[in-house]
Design a protein around this ligand. Structure first.
Ligand code: PMP
Length: 442
């Protein structure tokens, strides 16, 4: 398998720069929060796949729901006025549970195309409002909004741009003042700086030119960066004041990752549009979703008149994905959200005990989303030297301890375990991390 993978399966992030010596690590099976590799070794999946298997692996009821839907009706297009029961019921269930009047839902295949879809809908919205010049988009440094071309433009990680040509000139960034190394000290200073920067950016671009502002309630792929309490609300309010749309990208934070079903609920805000994926189907099958508020949907509808709004994918509103999502939602509400909240508190408390380790500069997170950032000098926040830091090396050490975590290039371990984790599994995640830290110190 390793040889066939090397020859034929493209993993853009690793294939092109030459695979690691050892080649791909092949997983064979999984149950709960534990995965088993091809050699039969068991590991705790502290990252729920790619922050997605929120419900955990091996739920028979999910498998049954998918199989039953495949037997009955494996496919029905959602492109035109055709449909099937599962996506209709899912849209209704999500509308009922989402914050405020985010009542209109478009299903995509994953997160990137959900983000791309918002750009389309937002452009249609401003056209309908008679303001077609509002075609500029703003996002936040260290943000991640997907790997499709438009999503990658909003993504503010250089690896997604170099040699490619995104972001386009209509994609702008403001700083994430809440990073570990930011020079501002109080929460209020950070909030004020961000609001001021957003306002200045909009003024510089032109007040009647900006279409929307995108945020992740907690930045995931940038290294689990948690803004201070009140930051999301302040940015949301600033967008209302500036008359630009506010988009919350909840692809990672949705579906119990930070505690509630949606992080926006906890922030006390209603975004104009919201994107989800990952935990929506808990990784069993692909699916993403765009949520729109009444005013967004109705404006697009009024503007379209008798014209078709040209947007859609063959696999939008896929019945099997929807059947899985409905079953996963039952699991979340049947105890997983609650378990996730308890396990998340235990995880953060556990990781907090690592603060006195000589290599730990920062511990941060919310719910089942956390990070430990390693440094060589806590005062100066000096990053680990390049000889120690390569993400694969730290990842390999964790793997040897029977733990899968995301290892970011900056010397950050990211955690996003399944919500079903037991106390013993959470404690093992913390202890295995401690062992890796001790080894790294040597
Ligand atoms: N937005 C956010 C916040 C994400 O974290 C991701 C994926 N990590 C995406 C969008 C893209 O989702 P996908 O990989 O499913 O296309």
């Amino acid at each position: 398998l390793i040889e066939l993978d090397r020859q034929h399966l493209v993993h853009p992030v690793s294939s092109f720069r030459g695979h690691e010596e050892r080649g791909v690590r092949v997983l064979r099976s999984a149950k709960g929060a534990t995965v088993t590799d091809a050699e039969g070794r068991e590991l705790i999946d502290g990252f729920a796949g790619l922050w997605c298997v929120n419900a955990g692996y091996g739920h028979e009821s999910v498998v049954e729901a998918a199989a039953e839907q495949m037997r009955q009706l494996p496919y029905a297009t959602g492109y035109f006025d055709l449909g099937s029961e599962a996506p209709i019921r899912l849209a209704a269930a999500l509308a009922e549970r989402s914050p405020g009047d985010l009542n209109h839902i478009y299903f995509s295949l994953g997160g990137s195309d959900a983000v791309d879809s918002t750009i389309r809908f937002i452009r249609y919205y401003w056209h309908a409002k008679g303001q077609p010049d509002r075609d500029q988009f703003i996002s936040v440094e260290q943000g991640y909004h997907g790997s499709t071309t438009m999503g990658a433009g909003l993504t503010a990680l250089p690896g997604f741009h170099d040699g490619f040509g995104v972001p386009y000139q209509w994609q702008h960034k403001i700083s994430s003042h809440y990073t570990y190394r930011n020079p501002l000290t109080t929460d209020q200073e950070i909030i004020d700086a961000s609001v001021a920067e957003l306002k200045a950016k909009v003024a510089a671009i032109g007040e009647d030119k900006v279409a929307a502002f995108y945020v992740e309630p907690i930045q995931g792929s940038g290294g689990v960066l948690v803004p201070p309490k009140g930051w999301v609300k302040a940015m949301r309010d600033a967008c209302a004041e500036l008359d630009i749309l506010f988009v919350a990208d909840e692809v990672i934070t949705g579906f119990g990752r930070t505690g509630p079903l949606f992080a926006c609920a906890e922030e006390g805000i209603v975004p104009d549009l919201m994107t989800c994926a990952k935990g929506l189907t808990s990784g069993y099958v692909p699916m993403g979703a765009v949520f729109m508020r009444d005013h967004v949907y109705e404006t697009i509808a009024e503007g379209a008149g008798a014209k078709a709004v040209g947007h859609g994918f063959t696999y939008s509103a896929h019945p099997v994905s929807a059947a899985v999502a409905l079953e996963v939602l039952k699991l979340y509400e049947g105890g997983l959200l609650e378990n996730g909240r308890k396990a998340g508190a235990r995880l953060l408390a556990g990781l907090d005990t690592l603060r006195d380790h000589p290599l730990v500069g920062d511990v941060r997170g919310r719910g089942m989303l956390a990070a430990v950032e390693m440094v060589t000098d806590k005062e100066r926040k000096t990053p680990l030297p390049a000889s120690v830091q390569p993400a694969t090396r730290l990842f390999d050490r964790a793997w040897e301890q029977g733990l899968i975590v995301r290892s970011f290039a900056q010397g950050i371990f990211g955690y996003a375990p399944p919500l079903c984790c037991t106390d013993a599994e959470i404690d093992a995640i913390v202890e295995r991390t401690r062992t890796v830290l001790d080894q790294t110190l040597e």
